[in-house]
Ligand binder design. Sequence first.
Ligand code: SF4
Ligand code: FES
Length: 246
Amino acid sequence: MKLTLRVWRQTGPQARGDFVTYQVDGANEEMSFVELLDLLNERLIAQSSEPIAFESDCREGICGACGLMINGQAHGPQRGTATCQLHLRRFQDGDEIVVEPFRSAGFPLVKDLVVDRSALDRIVQSGGYITAPTGSAPDANLIPVPKDDADRAMDAAACIGCGACVAACPNGAGQLFTAAKLAHLNLLPQGQPERARRTVAMVDTMEEYFGSCTNHQECEAACPKEIGIDFIAMLNRDYRKARRRR
Ligand code: SF4
Ligand code: FES
């Protein structure tokens, strides 16, 4: 395959950025999108040019490090797929592909395709945990959990913290991420004692960094784990209840 990549290059947060065009031949349809960037970087290094900065780690859709805007879509054109799982078979030989970082006021640019997503960590730090001493691992069936609640908690726990929901949202809202991180604790018995405190702390922290949800639903469409916006409805209900209680 021969592809033309228009890649956002920016040497640092204060520098002026621009698109740079690269022709990449020798790619094949079994390659993932991050392997395409590896191939391009190997060639740039061989020419003594600066390689493109981008993030990846697990390369199997687990860690959330690899988010990119590909032709204007967070994680590219395939639903339910992280950038590292997107294969070149989704593209045609000769295609031109535009590659940009996740753009949002809450994600300041670091370099090229790398953005600082630590605002997501700060939301989790503010309450996304259980403080009760748990001791050693209990038997799995010691605390009965209704099947529907267990399934929904597992769906929410699938969030990999990639930030695609924020990048896809016209408001730069962090609701889907925050809702997922709240729901996987708030749905389970172990999460009940701190439910109200956790909800208020995480939503208030979210509002320091991100915009507000106005139901565009772009977050749900972009999420590589297909987390639904019904979790945002749960976040709103929990937040209203917790505020009233306070
Ligand atoms: S909710 Fe989905 S899109 Fe948002 S951070 Fe989690 S996995 Fe990524
Ligand atoms: S590199 Fe870990 S999710 Fe893509």
